[in-house]
Design a protein around this ligand. Structure first.
Ligand code: XMP
Length: 512
């Protein structure tokens, strides 16, 4: 998509690179991440108003230290170097970087020596977050020191003539409480950006682009009822209306009441909506399959088969819509986590080539929270936008072991009670994802005077920014007690409930 103006973040491998782009977008300025060695001849096309060099784990003296083309400093863009980015600026502009006596990690107090631009309207002393090995020992006379700390005499610098700035600390993390103002000073005051990028301007531009691109041709979309595919579909529908057909494949592996809910809601939409009830097909294919990867593979393949059959019935289609998000497309040093390799994720990958379709991914520039804002702009109701993510293979990866109608009938009501109680007790929106899992073991219990030998339900709830890393949610004990009581009392075949207290990594969010 073409943007009027942007801030380009060159990534040198910091775990915080994505955060820099997110913070900047929060002020209403479009920001995009590119790898440190991005071809600078392509830079002008992105309409940058400024460049940020991210942090990174390297030392500028490492044999293969990531460094940008030196030409970057002759292009006239304002540049802000953060941590390793500062050292890159120093190293390529005659300064001296050296190993600090102590690796500095944690909070530090920055004394501001100059308030004119980067630290405009900020106090004299700021709490900042440091995380570095090397530090700046010497800067050439071309630079002025504008901030220092006890351990880093050169913690913030500005070039005396050119708009180059560098800071040793991380303004993008919450541990630097005034970090947003520092970034905003760079983006708005120094680069002159105009805060005009928001959900509404995004929708206008995207709708126009989709109209121009798709014209009178036909598009299809696999609609799951999840946030991403729903927002993608509504956005495209705003551009092409009934030339979009959305196919909802009911795998029979959905949660309680979900298929009905999706039908009711999407049946009213501006696009054509097809509901395929394929539950029996999936269950037959999954008969006696226990292995998680096999389950995923079977579901993925069957999904594509069903989808393809339906698409063929529609006839002449040119585009396939997918709700791919920005974290999946960033080509950076650091942001590709290991999770993609650990489980084969199921989506309609491979379909476009096979069916000769062109791919349209209208959300590929957005983070999840931005997708929700766009959804709001498109008037999609909160109960759909606020939903927790749900995996393509559905309950199949939450029923450990064999998947049968009987076991689905145990998991569904247990999960329903869990989610109901989380909502009732104001927990649902604080949690990234919560769900029940049916374990493949039975345990002994006692009900009345009778011995029971029944199933165990595990409750999983995690907090997370993006699903790549996650912490188990600290749901208050009394709420957990209520959930456990209700599940054991109301769901036939369950006599024990356990709570999962593992974070990711080393565990994953789903159990399979
Ligand atoms: P894991 O279990 O890998 O999950 O920590 C990370 C996030 O991805 C979701 N997930 C999937 N989503 N198809 C999907 O569309 C899948 O096959 C799949 N597997 C896991 C999971 O629910 C969590 O949000």
């Amino acid at each position: 998509m073409k943007h009027e103006e942007s801030i380009i973040v060159l990534d040198f491998g910091s775990q915080y690179t994505q955060l820099i782009a997110r913070r900047i977008r929060e002020f209403g300025v479009y920001s995009e991440i590119k790898q440190f060695d991005f071809d600078l001849n392509e830079l002008d096309k992105l309409n940058p108003k400024g460049i940020i060099l991210s942090g990174g784990p390297s030392s500028v003296y490492d044999k293969n230290a990531p460094l940008p083309d030196k030409k970057l400093f002759d292009m006239g863009y304002p540049i802000l170097g953060i941590c390793y980015g500062l050292q890159v600026i120093a190293h390529l502009n005659g300064g001296k970087v050296a190993g600090a006596l102590h690796r500095e990690y944690g909070r530090a107090e920055l004394t501001v020596d100059d308030h004119s631009d980067l630290f405009f309207q900020l106090e004299n002393f700021l709490t900042v977050w440091m995380s570095h090995g090397d530090r700046l020992e010497n800067m050439t006379d071309d630079f002025k020191i504008i901030g220092h700390t006890g351990n880093a005499p050169i913690a913030a610098v500005r070039h005396k003539i050119k708009p180059f700035y560098g800071i040793q600390f991380h303004p993008e993390v919450v541990h630097t409480p005034k970090g947003n103002k520092i970034l905003e000073n760079f983006v708005i005051k120094i680069c002159g950006c105009s805060k005009s990028w928001n959900a509404s301007s995004f929708v206008d531009t995207a709708v126009n682009e989709i109209k121009n691109k798709v014209g009178q041709e036909q598009a299809i979309c696999a609609l799951s009822g999840g946030v991403d595919s729903t927002v993608a579909a509504y956005l495209v529908a705003r551009a092409i209306g009934k030339n979009l057909t959305c196919i909802f494949v009911d795998t029979g592996l959905l949660r309680a009441g979900e298929a009905e809910q999706v039908n009711n809601y999407f049946g009213e939409a501006d696009f054509k909506f097809i509901h395929v009830d394929a539950g029996q097909r999936f269950l037959t294919k999954l008969d006696r399959v226990m292995d998680p990867e096999k389950k995923r593979k079977i579901i993925g393949e069957e999904f594509i088969r069903v989808f393809e059959e339906e698409a063929k019935k529609i006839g002449d289609i040119n585009y396939l819509i997918q709700g791919t998000l920005y974290p999946d497309v960033i080509e950076s040093v650091s942001t590709k986590g290991p999770s993609a390799l650990i489980k084969s994720h199921h989506n309609v990958g491979g379909l476009p080539e096979k069916m000769g379709l062109k791919l349209l991914e209208p959300l590929r520039e957005l983070f999840k929270d931005e997708v929700r804002k766009v959804g709001k702009e498109l008037k999609i109701p909160e109960n759909i936008l606020g939903r927790h993510p749900f995996p393509g293979p559905g309950l199949a990866v939450r029923i450990l072991g064999e998947i049968t109608n009987e076991r689905l009938a145990i998991l569904r009501p247990a999960d329903k009670i869990y989610i109901e109680e989380l909502k009732k007790n104001d927990q649902y929106d604080k949690i990234w994802q919560a769900f029940a899992v049916l374990l493949p073991v039975q345990t002994v219990g006692v009900m009345g005077d009778e011995r029971t030998y029944e199933n165990v339900i595990a409750l999983r709830a995690v907090t997370s920014m993006d699903g790549m890393t996650a912490d188990w949610a600290k749901i208050p004990n009394d709420i957990l007690a209520k959930i456990s009581n209700r599940i054991i009392n109301e769901v036939k075949g369950v006599n024990r409930v356990v709570y999962d207290i593992s974070s990711k990594p080393p565990s994953t969010i789903e159990w399979e």
